[in-house]
Design a protein around this ligand. Structure first.
Ligand SMILES: Cc1cc2nc3c(=O)[nH]c(=O)nc-3n(C[C@H](O)[C@H](O)[C@H](O)COP(=O)(O)OP(=O)(O)OC[C@H]3O[C@@H](n4cnc5c(N)ncnc54)[C@H](O)[C@@H]3O)c2cc1C
Length: 396
């Protein structure tokens, strides 16, 4: 029989590794640290990490998700994603790639990873908010933590900061998740008709300027419908969501709306210094175009753990400095470089006008859904490119 895991174990005042934030990045970091023999590992989150019934749109690519997950992913799968419908207001095309992705149940994933952390010996302390990270003094950093209104200080040899989007707690100018922060809004809708094996991505300057709207299955009868607009556009994502719902079905009103911020900076800049490692949204390790960040956070947390483990064992400041650079370099090779390129084309992508989307998607729809290839898609994009080049200038 498994003993009930403890999520409010006594708060230690000293530890080898302290992980702040139990999202995908922090959970993977903590589990990899303890499994790798980091010594005493503490994981904190300001709330129970599985509290939200649906944390986001919950879509992931199958292969990298399976590769990076420290546990078997099958119990978390709500359904497969076999198709992607790209739509504008007057055209659409379906891209079929069987088995390419999953819609997952993130609350369940967070819960199972938390249980695995606790069972592996991580001191999990949820509903504990970190308020500041002190500088490295001697071989430790002091992290201030608030639990039930009472302040504590934990002295840690190494800190993984994975508190999600925003500036985070560190003051040392490492890569930060405030870069290109966009807000997204979504709601759950019952009774719409849709293919439960397809995700839908909609492009329209009317309801999702500079970004996109989505309709993802969330089970067979329920759709996760949301909008992310680029920064500085005339409407907010919440306003866009209302317009999108109206477009999907006249009279359709949002029920409870969830929202969140998405940093889209690709994880450039320094990621670690003085035994502080940043990872996931906190370091902007997100695909700026698709705005996906779950697998990225899991990969980043795993990479941070590998490097933190080695740094804990390193004998000199020089060896540790090489590990900070190696963390940054490994991320750059894995995703950072390609995500930098997506950031480069993002302003152009966001400026494409609705009529241009209609043209592109109707041309692409001439091929059968299984006949799409990247070279053909890029060719069709190049065909509309000349007409889009004046878009940004026209908007200024
Ligand atoms: C609306 C929306 C839809 C999305 N859809 C998708 C999608 O379909 N697919 C995809 O791949 N990505 C999606 N994303 C992005 C994805 O959710 C994030 O990239 C991912 O959650 C990042 O993981 P993380 O561990 O870095 O941060 P988070 O998941 O944000 O976790 C950070 C954790 O830190 C905790 N925390 C914060 N501050 C403190 C503090 N001071 N002290 C203690 N704990 C703290 C938080 O409570 C939280 O549990 C979406 C994002 C949004 C907003």
């Amino acid at each position: 029989m498994h003993p009930e895991p403890q999520f409010r174990s006594p708060l230690p005042l000293q530890c080898d590794a302290l992980v702040l934030g139990a999202g995908p990045a922090g959970l993977c970091a903590a589990l990899n640290l303890v499994r790798g023999g980091a010594g005493s590992v503490v994981l904190l989150d300001r709330r129970d990490p599985w509290r939200e019934p649906v944390a986001c749109a919950e879509a992931v690519r199958r292969v990298p998700f399976r590769e990076v997950s420290p546990l078997l992913v099958d119990p978390w799968i709500r359904g497969p994603v076999d198709h992607c419908l790209f739509a504008s207001e007057h055209a659409s095309f379906l891209w079929t790639t069987p088995g390419d992705g999953y819609i997952i149940d993130r609350a369940r994933m967070h819960r199972d990873l938390s249980v695995a952390c606790a069972e592996a010996g991580v001191a999990c302390h949820f509903r504990a908010r970190a308020t500041s990270i002190g500088p490295l003094r001697g071989d430790r950093r002091a992290v201030e933590v608030e639990v039930d209104g009472i302040r504590h200080q934990i002295h840690a040899r190494c800190v993984v900061e994975a508190t999600g989007p925003g500036k985070g707690l560190e003051r040392e100018n490492l890569a930060d998740g405030a870069e290109d922060l966009e807000t997204a809004a979504f709601t759950l809708v019952d009774g719409l008709s849709f293919d439960p094996t397809a995700i839908q991505l909609w492009y329209s300057r009317r309801f999702a300027p500079g970004g996109y709207a989505w309709l993802f299955p969330s089970g067979t009868d329920r759709a996760n419908v949301g909008v992310v607009c680029a920064r500085g556009e005339a409407i907010s994502s919440r306003e866009g969501l209302k317009l999108f719902l109206e477009h999907l079905q006249p009279g359709l009103q949002p029920g409870q709306v969830w929202g969140g911020a998405i940093p889209c900076g690709s994880g450039g800049g320094e990621l670690a210094r003085d035994m502080l490692f940043k990872s996931g949204d906190a370091a902007s390790m997100v695909n700026g175009l698709s705005r996906s960040g779950i697998v990225e956070a899991m990969e980043a947390g795993t990479l941070a753990a590998t490097h933190a483990l080695a740094a804990l064992k390193a004998s000199s400041p020089g060896a540790r400095a090489r590990l900070y650079r190696s963390y940054r370099w490994k991320w750059f090779v894995k995703r950072g470089l390609s995500y930098r390129l997506t950031m480069w084309i993002k302003p152009w992508f966001g400026s494409i006008q609705d009529a241009q989307w209609d043209t592109l998607l109707s041309r692409l729809s001439r091929r059968p859904s299984t006949g799409h290839t990247w070279p053909h898609t890029i060719w069709e994009v190049l065909r509309i490119l000349p007409s889009t080049l004046g878009n940004r200038r026209r908007r200024l």
